[in-house]
Design a protein around this ligand. Structure first.
Ligand code: MG
Ligand code: MG
Length: 254
């Protein structure tokens, strides 16, 4: 069952999503060689709690922390740890919060120090793929149009589009119907209607699309060990143009 949201509900999801953006901004300038993902996680957790919200991922299943922190070949769901980041790393940070009964969810992949131009291009194309998908999230289009646009753009650069992990509806739950794949066929899938709130989140690999699940039960890495990037916005389907509820604006000031 898909829950289409009222304007009042969308307003609350927007507030949660903007807090996610502010949380990202709170750690963005600190992401540099030498810092550990656990340090960043602590800062994010305090920031979320100080803003009257609850970290959405901590305790989801048995996930132990506030942020999913996935460096380099980790695709998503990496667990923060005590290992310092290195110059040339990339770090996917996924953040979710629950406030006033509604979730917000957004991910961004950061450069750590000086990153190879090839890797920078992976980040650029992954973010572009996200916006190509969002362009399709308009009433009257179909779910497959979103996945098609993302896939077409990423694959045109020879990158692998992860199949097993997908975007999702959200609202009173972190994961609601429908699933939002980052691949698909034009004109296929459910028809998009106004008030549908979804997280679109391409996970794009430099090489193979295949992934590997680690023994910790969470961490997903690329099967070939090559880098992977992840960008995510929470959006609402509107008549002529999707409205992006989360924001990278504060992140990109740094
Ligand atoms: Mg997320
Ligand atoms: Mg998500």
């Amino acid at each position: 069952m898909i829950y289409y949201k009222s304007e009042e509900e969308i307003d609350l999801i927007r507030k949660s999503s903007l807090l996610v953006g502010k949380t990202h901004a709170a750690i963005a300038s600190l992401i540099k060689p030498g810092v550990t993902t656990l340090e960043l996680d602590k800062i994010a957790e305090e920031f979320i709690l100080d803003n009257g919200a609850i970290p959405a991922f901590k305790g989801y299943g048995d996930f132990p922390n506030t942020l999913c922190m996935s460096p380099n070949e980790q695709v998503v769901h990496g667990i923060p740890n005590n290992k310092p980041l290195n110059d040339g790393d990339i770090l996917s940070v996924d953040c979710g919060v629950l406030k006033n009964g509604f979730y917000g969810d957004s991910a961004y992949t950061y450069e750590v120090g000086e990153v190879d131009s090839e890797v920078r291009n992976l980040l650029k194309v992954t973010k572009e793929s996200l916006y190509k998908g969002i362009e399709q999230a308009v009433a009257g289009k179909r779910l497959g149009d979103i996945g098609f646009a993302i896939q077409e753009h990423a694959e045109s650069f020879g990158y692998g589009v992860v199949r097993e992990m997908v975007g999702h509806g959200l609202g009173r739950k972190l994961h609601e119907k429908p699933e939002v794949p980052n691949y698909g066929r034009r004109g296929k899938g459910i028809k998009l209607k106004e008030g549908l709130v979804i997280a679109i989140e391409p996970m794009i690999n430099m090489g193979t699309k295949s992934i590997h699940q680690h023994a910790d039960g969470w961490t997903i890495t690329t099967a070939d060990g090559d880098f992977s990037a992840h960008f995510e916005h929470t959006i609402v389907v509107r008549k002529n143009k999707a409205e992006i509820l989360s924001s990278f604006e504060d992140i990109e000031k740094y």
